[in-house]
Design a protein around this ligand. Structure first.
Ligand code: NAP
Length: 290
């Protein structure tokens, strides 16, 4: 399996471009305890124009300095757009941003993420300092029509899959493809209208959801993306057992281990190997987790 050649680091942190925010809107399905926005931005006239592929990320530089007086570190956000951007002309791209709002466990001081809150507070028409693109492996392969896909996403980890699914839809959704999306509450479905529309038009695409904090599973455990490997076994396992199926994983780090365990439990091979340094995904499993 090979990946398409992509441009990387065309815009470096030392010399970022100013990019205009085109729109910013709430991305959750209903009022939610999470504040997540779908933000579109215009890269026309910059080296990023026409040079971002679905699955890649851009960097955001928040203004100001950190506690040590140094400029804030770059934060990466996955692009949520298909390869040609929102309109196919390589100018307008989007991303999915969750405000990080938390409390320090020990001090109980309020903690707010610098870049996510800066980005989410920007209004349409204002600008943000951007770098990128980055990432050259978390992409659809060359000849995407030769593979089936199971995409596992938690929360904003769905961003790259919105782009990849729109790329696959543009090819007529050639093979069996499943998006398994996990979130805490039904209010937190991201892009559900879009995925529902793709599912209606393409019976070989299925959109599954694991809602962790509403109904529990029969054994009392939470529904997580990986538990659907057994709760939706009739749909997922035959696809996962095919030798030309690829798994993509994006979101919380913990889901990675959960997926390995569930694949192992059901005797589904080909996606990871056990080495001296622990578990390593094979070429058929692409992982981006934080
Ligand atoms: P979140 O709301 O905290 O969690 C989403 C869902 O995942 C919840 O239902 C949560 O359940 C569940 N979950 C928690 N632990 C899990 C586990 N071990 N296995 C499976 N599911 C689990 O998610 P979020 O705040 O949006 O976070 C998304 C993460 O994705 C962030 O860390 C972000 O940095 C990352 N991300 C990465 C990329 C990338 O790598 N390119 C792109 C976008 C986002 P409970 O909370 O009920 O346990």
């Amino acid at each position: 399996m090979t990946f398409p050649d992509v441009a990387i680091n065309l815009v470096k942190p030392k010399d970022p471009v100013e990019v205009r925010i085109v729109s910013t809107e709430i991305a959750t399905a209903a009022p939610s305890p999470n504040f997540i926005r779908h933000i579109t931005f215009d890269v026309s006239g910059t080296p990023l124009e026409g040079n971002i592929r679905a699955g890649q990320s851009v960097g955001i530089l928040a203004p100001g300095t950190d506690a040590n007086g140094k400029p804030h570190a770059l934060r990466l956000y996955s692009v949520a757009s298909p390869t040609g951007g929102e309109h196919g002309d390589g100018k307008i791209y989007s991303t999915t941003v969750k405000r990080v709002i938390d409390e320090h466990w020990e001090t109980q001081e309020l903690f707010t993420g610098v870049a996510s809150n800066h980005f989410c507070s920007l209004k349409a028409g204002s600008t943000v300092r951007m770098t990128g693109p980055s990432g050259k492996r978390f992409l659809l392969p060359e000849h995407p029509e030769q593979y089936n896909y199971v995409f596992f996403a938690t929360g904003t980890g769905v961003a790259p899959f919105r782009g990849m699914l729109l790329d696959l839809e543009a090819l007529g959704m050639p093979t069996d493809t499943v998006l398994v999306f996990g979130c805490a509450y039904r209010s937190d479905f991201l892009y559900a209208d879009l995925f529902g529309r793709i599912e209606l038009g393409h019976p070989n695409f299925r959109y599954l959801k694991a809602v962790s904090r509403e109904a529990l599973r029969g054994d009392g455990s939470k529904p997580y993306v990986q538990t659907l490997i057994e709760d939706e076994a009739a749909l997922l396992q035959p696809i996962l057992r095919r030798e030309n199926t690829l798994i993509y994983v994006c979101g919380l780090k913990g889901m990675e281990d959960g997926i390995y365990r569930m694949l192992d439990k059901h005797g589904i091979g080909g996606y990871f190997e056990r080495g001296e340094r622990g578990i390593k995904p094979t070429d058929r499993m692409l992982v981006e987790t934080y």
